[in-house]
Design a protein around this ligand. Structure first.
Ligand SMILES: [Zn+2]
Length: 102
């Protein structure tokens, strides 16, 4: 997959994630919004070859679901947050992060 956008820096300040992109564009995303849009299969459902979406049980959120233990960079184009409720399977691409900031 083609990824033009790369992440050059990121920082968490209080309940907000700040991300800087290669094209000198910074965005801010609330952690709550970030978590609610987790792109992993168990949060978003899995799509089969026919395009049917299978969703797991609705995610159950607690206060800890919206707090971070840390963030791991994935290459130059993605971030993997480690949430305090032990959820860490979502990898947010630069493109997704940009969409979430709108
Ligand atoms: Zn998830």
């Amino acid at each position: 997959m083609k990824q033009d956008l790369t992440i050059t820096n990121y920082e968490v300040i209080n309940d907000t994630l700040l991300v800087a992109f290669s094209e000198k564009d910074d965005v801010m995303i609330e952690l709550k919004k970030l978590r609610m849009n987790c792109p992993c299969a168990s949060c978003q459902g899995e799509t089969d070859a026919l395009g049917n979406i299978y969703r797991g049980p609705q995610p159950k959120y607690t206060d800890k679901s919206f707090e971070l233990n840390g963030i791991q960079p994935v290459g130059y184009y993605g971030l993997r947050p480690f949430w305090k409720d032990n959820h860490n399977t979502g990898i947010y691409t630069a493109t997704l992060l940009k969409q979430l900031s709108n």
